[in-house]
Ligand binder design. Structure first.
Ligand SMILES: [Zn+2]
Length: 93
């Protein structure tokens, strides 16, 4: 995914969050829409790559043998998206 696409996704998330948070939002008239917007926002957030993490061992060093999804905490290996939560993963160190 290009940086341009990620910026567009971030702008869309910001706009949707603004639309449902502002005073006199159309959401107030139709509470079901808030659920739909939250679903869309969460789905969009999963598209923005999130860096994978490694736990810190007893010596204060990163244990690179274990890599996990920072979104849900499940261990991941060589996958573009987390198998558990669907988060797009960024493997760059
Ligand atoms: Zn995950």
């Amino acid at each position: 995914m290009t940086k341009m696409n990620i910026k567009m996704i971030q702008k869309a998330i910001e706009q949707f969050e603004f639309e449902i948070s502002k005073e006199f939002s159309f959401i107030d008239e139709n509470p079901k829409m808030k659920e739909f917007y939250d679903l869309a926002i969460n789905a969009l957030k999963k598209q923005i790559p999130m860096k994978v993490r490694s736990p810190i061992d007893a010596n204060g060093q990163y244990n690179k043998l274990v890599i996990y999804c920072y979104s849900c905490g499940k261990t991941v290996r060589d996958m573009k998206y987390c198998y558990n939560c669907g988060q797009r993963l960024d493997w760059e160190i």
